[in-house]
Write a protein that binds this ligand. Structure first.
Ligand code: PAF
Length: 289
């Protein structure tokens, strides 16, 4: 695996690979890698891409500075994990490299209602920051395909919108041509979605953390014979009984994340939950087939 810290170096390297016929599959991360990230790399490899992973703890997407401070950092073991997963390239920039002259110098995009609902409502400015950093990374890496985990469903939609909003650059790179691969969430045996935040769960918190997934499964299972309002109330009670504080339990149109009051079997739906246990906030979702 080749590691680059400088924008110019990785750009030149990838330009050479591209002109040699390589297709670039990009996996952006903030580090603290786990099996979910590795599955994205495996999927990119299996599809024949030159795999480029980035590790950059993006300060502009944390509306709560405490969250940024506590975000787990494990760069050395991340590198070992990437090597053993046969990742081809790692981009490991510092803040100045990603935001030369500061984040205010980087274009930021507006995503309308999509950045204001669900995660956006609970974490104001979060998706602006995600758009900013991913926009910069796409300019640097110029991938053919970006591999993203379904666990961050709203983030996948934001990045899809971002690619449509970004303009063609002077070298002819067209972000609107980037393919987005939304890859299935990787789960622990009890259904808990893999997440870097899981490392911060205490043993008793970890023991109940699978409840979020169980609630999603019950929202899915009850779509044919219950009202969503009732299922939502039941799930809220179950989560509270296990010590969770729920931010939202929602169903939405899976195509545009338009929130739904009631199940609608005529459209593809997704169920989404965000809840905290102690100081750890977890999110998860399930497509309802
Ligand atoms: O999902 C993440 O880890 C981050 O939000 C991302 C996409 C790498 C942007 O910093």
């Amino acid at each position: 695996m080749v590691i680059f810290k400088k924008t110019q170096d990785i750009s030149e390297f990838l330009a050479g690979k591209r002109s040699g016929g390589a297709r670039i599959g990009f996996i952006p991360t903030m580090g603290a890698l786990h099996a979910g990230h590795i599955s994205l790399i495996s999927q990119a490899r299996e599809k024949g891409y030159l795999t480029v992973c980035s590790i950059f703890l993006n300060p502009t997407q944390f509306n709560n500075p405490e969250d940024l401070k506590k975000y787990p950092v494990s760069t050395d073991s991340d590198i070992q994990l990437l090597i053993s997963s046969q990742c081809d390239v790692l981009f490991l920039p510092d803040v100045e490299e990603v935001y030369p002259g500061g984040p205010d110098n980087v274009v930021s995009y507006g995503f309308g209602e999509l950045e204001e609902i669900l995660e956006g409502a609970k974490r104001p400015g979060h998706f602006k920051g995600v758009g900013q950093v991913v926009g910069r990374l796409l300019e640097i890496v110029e991938p053919d395909t970006i591999f993203l985990g379904q666990k961050d469903y709203q983030q996948v939609m934001i990045i899809t919108a971002l690619c449509r909003l970004m303009l063609q650059d002077t070298n002819g790179f067209r972000p609107s041509d980037i393919r987005i691969e939304r890859c299935p969430t990787v789960r622990e045996a009890d259904g808990l979605a893999m997440s870097s935040r899981n490392r911060r769960l205490t043993e008793p918190q970890r023991a109940v953390a699978g409840t979020i997934y169980q609630c999603l499964v019950s929202i899915q299972a009850k779509q044919y014979n219950s009202r969503f309002e009732t299922v939502k109330r039941e799930c809220g009670e179950i989560l509270a009984s296990k010590g969770f504080v729920t931010d939202y339990i929602a169903i939405a149109d899976a195509r545009d994340l338009r929130l739904l009051e009631e199940y609608d079997k005529n459209i593809p739906m997704v169920a989404l939950i965000a809840a905290s246990i102690g100081k750890i906030r977890l999110i998860d979702n399930l497509l309802m087939d």
